[in-house]
Design a protein around this ligand. Structure first.
Ligand SMILES: Cc1cc2nc3c(=O)[nH]c(=O)nc-3n(C[C@H](O)[C@H](O)[C@H](O)COP(=O)(O)OP(=O)(O)OC[C@H]3O[C@@H](n4cnc5c(N)ncnc54)[C@H](O)[C@@H]3O)c2cc1C
Length: 386
């Protein structure tokens, strides 16, 4: 489909092999574990998957954003939860790689690429998940130090040891700043995990920040520059989440084809039924269109790194489209199983439960459409170029 470089091909085959040999046999364990198993994170790190797009000097593969998308897609085919875990690890790494000082990159990225520091990014609060202007968690200077107070909501990976990038409002201002905070430092605590419909293998928590002390050196991307940091970081993060959703649809499609080819109905293979054939064609077309959209957005994001607004519009276009279409396509897959679609035995119901969350993670799908549609019309720029 897309002509891949040797390195991109290598990332694909490594991720595919890891997903099939190490993730697939442990999908149920991952679904029910209190925390995503550390030995699987270590194995991903050993294979280079924790650092696909980051510089070799930090222990990354320096393989670019298309390779990152392909890696996440391969994991998501088998376990959307594992793919989400990796995607969330990449978010603070992207923030550091894009906005960190040389010292911050050297301090954090090597341990993150090695799977020893499992990162998080904390933006969402009870009052907002999409609008940075509504933040209430505040950073205030006192006696020459900076203290963060507030509660962050639905924070992934918050129970893993590592670094959390906290986005907090500047006291008395309409601006915000990002800080590098060590999880479980003095003043950091978490709730029990939220009970949610899907992504059972990747938990989310409320994070309580009670007078968490940070220093000047912990400011990431400059004081009062938090909005810009979020824009750049989530522009890349949207691509990674789009890869989770597209990969999950591919995984569901594979399970569905297998089921259809095996299932007999009164002595006839259900693959012979026109209803099943029509639905399969629609599932295949949707799945292919998501994959094309994802790869195209990844190439755009790689090509246009100097223009973050353009990158954000391209990845928002892909993420908004793929989030909803993946959910709808997986529902179609489930329907191909008849009553068995809702049963745990065939695993397809797990993809459906995960996909219910797709339109509402890292920015709602409607908000993605507002970003891409707004960009196209404000800039009078087509996002559909050769
Ligand atoms: C499994 C999971 C993991 C998560 N992990 C993290 C994490 O690690 N870190 C983190 O910070 N957050 C995380 N989140 C939070 C997530 O990113 C937010 O929940 C998401 O961005 C949606 O925000 P919201 O819930 O406030 O919904 P809202 O943005 O409030 O959306 C609610 C509704 O309002 C509409 N809407 C919202 N804004 C507008 C607008 N401007 N114009 C028109 N309509 C609008 C939407 O269409 C939607 O229907 C996670 C969430 C989940 C479910």
């Amino acid at each position: 489909m897309f002509e891949l470089t040797e390195l991109q091909e290598a990332v694909r085959s490594t991720a595919r092999e890891f997903a099939q040999s190490m993730l697939a046999p442990r999908v149920n364990e991952i679904e029910h574990a209190e925390k995503f198993p550390q030995d699987l994170i270590d194995a991903m790190a050993e294979l280079g998957l924790m650092g696909v797009p980051y510089g070799e000097e930090y222990g990354g593969l320096e393989a670019g954003l298309l390779a990152e998308a392909i890696c996440i897609e391969e994991l998501a085919k088998v376990s959307p939860s594992a793919a989400k875990l990796l995607t969330v690890c990449y978010l603070p790494m992207d923030a550091i790689a894009l906005f960190g000082t040389p010292e911050q990159k050297k301090k954090y990225l090597p341990d993150m690429c090695a799977g020893k520091d499992i990162g998080s990014l904390a933006f969402t609060e009870s009052g907002t998940g999409s609008d940075p202007k509504q933040l209430t968690t505040t950073a205030k200077r006192r006696d020459g130090k900076i203290y963060i107070n507030g509660v962050k909501r639905f924070i992934s990976n918050a129970a893993h040891e590592g670094t959390i990038v906290v986005v907090a409002r500047d006291a008395g201002e309409d601006t915000c700043t990002a800080y590098l905070v060590k999880k479980f430092c003095k003043g950091y605590s978490i709730s029990t995990p939220w009970e949610k419909i899907g992504f059972h293998g990747s938990h989310v928590y409320d994070v309580f920040l009670d007078d968490v002390e940070v220093e000047e050196a912990d400011i990431l991307g400059g004081e009062k520059e938090g909005f810009g940091l979020l824009l750049g970081t989530t522009a890349i993060g949207k691509l990674a989440f789009a890869a989770v959703f597209a990969g999950a649809a591919e995984g569901a499609y594979d399970l569905t084809r297998k089921y259809i080819m095996e299932k007999m109905h009164r002595g006839t293979s259900i693959s012979k039924f026109p209803t099943v054939q029509l639905r399969t064609s629609a599932i295949a077309a949707n799945t292919l269109s998501m994959k094309l959209m994802l790869y195209r957005a990844a190439e755009d994001a790689e090509r246009l790194t100097g223009d973050m607004r353009r990158v954000q519009a391209a990845t928002a276009l892909a993420k908004g489209y793929i989030a909803d279409l993946s959910n709808q396509t997986i529902q179609m897959c489930v329907n191909s199983f008849g009553a068995y679609g809702g049963m745990e035995e065939y695993n397809i119901e797990r993809y459906l439960r995960d996909s219910v969350i797709f339109p509402n993670i890292e920015g709602n799908a409607d908000v993605q459409r507002l970003i891409s549609g707004g960009y196209i019309l404000k800039k009078d720029a087509s996002l559909i170029e050769d």
